[in-house]
Design a protein around this ligand. Structure first.
Ligand SMILES: C[S@@+](CC[C@H](N)C(=O)[O-])C[C@H]1O[C@@H](n2cnc3c(N)ncnc32)[C@H](O)[C@@H]1O
Length: 271
């Protein structure tokens, strides 16, 4: 496996060649940056440079230590939390924090796992910045579906298997997953559920009830792109029991569709 420190060293080098101290901006600014799904080498060069230069970083729990290690030793680091059941800072406080840091004329990196606009609430944070007249930029990241699919060997739209891919939240609200099950249960597509582990039984039940055979291939990928990545192969009929038996925990994706069968042939990472 490639040396994951290479990207970090590159970022540090960029930092040293571009600036030695604080950025000393005329006015503050916020960069909303996607940190990718975990492997630090999946950061974009732009993300690595901004992290290395930032005066302050506000980061979520899915951002790895290796990525935070790129930041300046004197940068302010503020943990914003956001596990499914443990919101360290409420969303309103995070929005206001970004405004306050920018008003201190700091260069602020708001660092989120994956891509900030995919189930990341990045849009809400930017709306507050826009309303407060704070300048901002957005740096996309590799979303978990793309990262997990690549590292598990699931070509999401392999033309022999799927004509479309859908990213959907499996987050339970009031104990139910309120989704367009008819559309999600059409054949010839791949459906990727973010935040769906707690609702796996309901997801599988609904997809079968809306017409997919219980033998439809399905999989879970946990900690995708990281050294401890776990892939579990099953069917809609067996997935809930497999999840219960393996005691798999978030962060994980559920991927439904026959592309998951290609893991056996295309798995290159979990050897
Ligand atoms: C709040 S969403 C954030 C998604 C993120 N913005 C993205 O684009 O990937 C968090 C969910 O993303 C998924 N996720 C994020 N990173 C993951 C990883 N490395 N492996 C598997 N699933 C991941 C899990 O379903 C997790 O519960």
């Amino acid at each position: 496996m490639a040396d994951t420190a290479t990207g970090i060293r590159m970022a540090v080098l960029m930092r040293e060649t571009t600036m030695n101290n604080s950025t000393k901006l005329e006015s503050g600014k916020v960069w909303l940056v996607g940190a990718g799904p975990g492997d630090p080498e999946l950061l974009t060069i732009k993300a690595a440079r901004l992290i290395a230069q930032a005066d302050a970083l506000v980061y979520d729990h899915l951002v790895s230590d290796a990525i935070m290690a790129i930041a300046r030793s004197d940068a302010r680091r503020i943990y914003a939390g956001k596990e499914a059941s443990n919101h360290t800072l409420p969303q309103d406080s995070i929005n206001q924090l970004l405004v306050d840091l920018a008003n201190e004329k700091l260069s602020v990196v708001r660092l989120k796992g994956g891509d900030p606009f995919i189930f990341g609430r990045g849009g809400e944070e930017l709306e507050t910045l826009a309303e407060s007249g704070i300048p901002f930029e957005v740096v996309p990241g590799v979303t978990a579906a793309a990262g997990c699919a690549a590292y598990a060997g699931f070509p999401l739209t392999h033309r022999d298997h799927a004509q479309a891919v859908t990213f959907v939240t499996g987050h339970l609200k009031d104990g139910t997953v309120n989704l367009d099950w008819q559309a999600l249960s059409r054949p010839k597509q791949t459906v990727v559920f973010y935040m769906g582990i707690g609702a796996a039984a309901e997801i599988c039940r609904q997809m079968i009830a809306h017409g997919l055979p219980s033998m439809t291939p399905a999989a879970v990928v946990r900690n995708g792109t990281q050294p401890d990545q776990q892939t579990l192969l099953a069917t809609l009929g067996t997935l809930p029991n497999r999840i219960a038996e393996s005691a798999i925990k978030p962060p994980a994706l559920i991927i439904v569709g026959s592309v998951t069968k290609l893991h056996e042939k295309l798995n290159w990472f979990e050897q």
